[in-house]
Design a protein around this ligand. Structure first.
Ligand code: PAF
Length: 282
């Protein structure tokens, strides 16, 4: 596996892969890799011939009071994991390499899709995500790019951006990877204390409760959300950011469940704010 730190070096490696007729796959990450990221690399290995992983903690997607400085990092371990996963190139640029002095060009997906759910409490987040992902798409020009469905809103926003800006790239969403007890994997789980880790199961339990109610015939979104919130609030320090039921592609809120539904939540549990979701056809 090659490790490159500059845009020019990455372009040169990708150019020779393309010259050899290889189908290029991109897995964008912010590092501190876990099984969720590895599942994206496995999907990329299966579906493309040349896998590029980017590892860049992107400052433009963090708000002023968020965890940019303390975001967990372990480059040496991540590089070994990528190598073992059969990755061809690991791109690890500096902030300066990605955003030089006087940087001022952004890609912003306007409209409600970036204002609802996580966008309501993280107003600049998706502008940072779409900007950095566009830059990576322009640098690598992959045929396919792989994203985890845990960040369901991120996938929906990137899919919209790709459609509207005519990027010739297939977005491949990959299923959420969970611990054996159901907790969705996240680099931020590392912030949880042992007891918070146990309490965090209430998130997946509330999603499963919603699923059970839907299977039993409930279609009233408000009643389902109320039951989910009541369960989450059994953890007395849990701060609910949102519990929402939306149409899965547009992220428009629904009153009556019908069609492709996303049930999504964000809850602050001690230090971390955790997100989780399920997508189901009703
Ligand atoms: O999902 C992430 O880790 C990040 O938002 C991404 C897509 C790598 C952009 O920085």
């Amino acid at each position: 596996m090659k490790i490159v730190h500059t845009v020019n070096d990455l372009r040169a490696v990708v150019k020779s892969a393309k010259k050899a007729q290889k189908c290029v796959g991109l897995v964008p990450t912010m590092g501190f890799l876990h099984e969720g990221h590895l599942s994206l690399m496995t999907a990329a290995k299966k579906n493309t011939d040349f896998v590029v992983v980017s590892l860049f903690v992107n400052p433009t997607q963090f708000g002023p009071n968020e965890d940019l400085e303390s975001y967990p990092r372990n480059f040496e371990k991540d590089a070994i994991l990528c190598e073992n996963a059969g990755v061809d190139v690991l791109f690890n640029p500096s902030v300066d390499e990605m955003y030089g002095p006087d940087y001022s060009t952004y890609v912003n997906c306007e409209g409600d899709i970036t204002k609802v759910l996580c966008g309501a409490s993280r107003p600049i987040h998706f502008k940072g995500v779409t900007s950095v992902v566009s830059k990576l798409f322009n640098i690598v020009s992959p045929e396919k790019a792989f994203f985890g469905q845990k960040d369901a809103q991120q996938v929906a926003v990137i899919e919209k951006m790709v459609r509207e800006l005519n990027f010739d790239i297939e977005i491949v969403p990959c299923p959420i990877v969970r611990e054996s007890d159901g907790l969705a994997l996240s680099s931020r789980n590392t912030y949880l204390s042992e007891s918070e880790r146990k309490d965090a199961l209430v998130l997946v339990q509330s999603l499963r409760l919603a699923e059970q109610k839907i299977k039993a015939g409930e279609r009233n979104a408000e009643l389902i959300k109320q039951a989910m919130k009541a369960l989450i609030e059994t953890v007395d320090y849990a701060e609910i950011d949102y519990v929402e039921i939306v149409e899965a592609t547009t992220l428009k809120s629904v009153q009556k469940l019908e069609g492709d539904m996303l049930i999504a939540l964000a809850v602050k549990l001690g230090r971390p704010r955790l997100i989780d979701n399920i997508r189901l056809w009703v």
